[in-house]
Design a protein around this ligand. Structure first.
Ligand code: IPM
Ligand code: MG
Length: 360
């Protein structure tokens, strides 16, 4: 098969980790007889430096023309980078939110599993981590607080800021359908996370999710309040299979969930629209403190590329091969700094990419 991949390396560690993921894709192409064509595009801080804005129409159009988008990370140090002196709608993050919206990527899949080889890097007590866990967070990505009206203004002499949390039933239904569909391929359990004891938007969310659930009699649905969910994630993560939640709750809970896998450097993500098109990026940020030092963990980006093979290209065998190679490298004891533990072999970002390539 021949596929066109739009590549946004971005800022900070982005270029390093994406380079490793491309190495892996090249190996897959060679082994399975595919052709992957890459087109590199700017977004985020690097686009601000060149174009004055974090996202151009050209980048959006080129992404739309591609079969999938592979992305690294965007943004810099918010206290020192000049990008953060710009108005909020011209900062790097505005590019990321803009591309999610422009491409209609409403479903963000963040699989979170504890590799047995990394149980030592899991900060939870052994009695909890030994049970293992394998969950998928389905985060709504183009609605809620992130995209509601916001403003900061003086009202009666007092500076006041407002952000709006709005969901219509269609936005809730389509993400719920995605969650139930993927639960059917997994352990058939959906945990819908909300704050229905306080928020109207959550009560509405709950009602629509319950309607969708009627079409999936085999899937067990439970509702969980977001504060309780934050607690349950560290108390008993094995209880979760698919978790579906609104944009902001999903942002926060997925960072928490990533930490118990050992490192945010392990967590891939796929952002999909209604078709098979998706944007694939690690869940972590641009880590400007270690950028350019060949220290970053490329595994989340490599696993994101595996998700691209599976979900956008329908290449299940190839995706299995990449995921298997990651497990094998961990088995052999190779570790970047973030997942290092006693007795393991320290490797750089590029060494990690090379090792994974060897096992494909
Ligand atoms: C993420 C990130 C982004 C988000 C930021 C960089 C805008 O934290 O993908 O989780 O909040 O969605
Ligand atoms: Mg986040």
């Amino acid at each position: 098969m021949e596929k066109n991949i739009a590549v946004i390396k971005g800022d900070g560690i982005g270029p390093e980790i994406v380079t490793e993921a491309m190495k892996i894709l090249d190996r897959v192409a060679e082994k399975y007889g595919h052709v992957f064509n890459y087109e590199q595009l700017l977004m985020g801080g690097c686009s601000i430096d060149v174009n004055g804005v974090p996202l151009t129409d050209e980048t959006i159009e080129r992404c739309k023309a591609a079969d999938a988008v592979l992305m690294g990370s965007i943004g810099g140090d918010t206290t020192t980078s000049p990008w953060y002196k710009l108005p909020a709608d011209r900062r790097p993050e505005a590019g990321l939110l803009g591309i999610r919206k422009a491409l209609g990527l409403f479903a963000n899949l963040r699989p979170c599993l504890l590799y047995p080889q990394l149980s030592g890097a899991c900060p939870l007590k052994e009695e909890i981590s030994s049970k293992g866990f394998d969950m998928l967070i389905m985060r709504e990505l183009t609605g809620g607080l992130y995209f509601g009206n916001r403003k900061t203004e003086e009202i009666d002499g007092v500076m006041t800021a407002v952000d709006t949390l709005k969901y219509d039933e269609n936005e809730i239904r389509r993400i719920a359908v995605k969650a139930f569909d993927v639960a059917m391929q997994r352990k058939k359990k959906v945990t819908s996370v909300d704050k229905a004891n306080v928020l109207d938007s959550s009560r509405h969310w709950r009602k629509v999710v319950e309607e969708v659930a009627k079409d999936y009699p085999e899937v067990a649905l439970e509702h969980m309040l977001v504060d309780n969910c934050a607690m349950q994630l560290v108390k008993d993560p094995a209880q979760f299979d698919v978790m579906v939640t609104e944009n902001m709750f999903g942002d926060i809970l997925s960072d928490e969930a990533s930490m118990i896998t050992g490192s945010i450097g392990m967590l891939p993500s796929a952002s999909m629209n209604e078709t098979r098109f998706g944007l694939y990026e690690p869940s972590g940020g641009s880590a400007p403190d270690i950028a350019g030092q060949n220290k970053a963990n490329p595994i989340a980006t490599i696993l994101s590329a595996a998700m691209m093979l599976r979900y956008s290209f329908g290449m299940a065998e190839e995706a299995d091969a990449v995921e298997g190679a990651v497990a094998k490298v961990l088995e052999e004891g190779y570790r970047t700094g973030d997942i290092m533990s006693d007795g393991m072999k320290p490797v750089s970002c590029s060494d990690m990419g090379d090792k994974i390539t060897e096992f494909i």
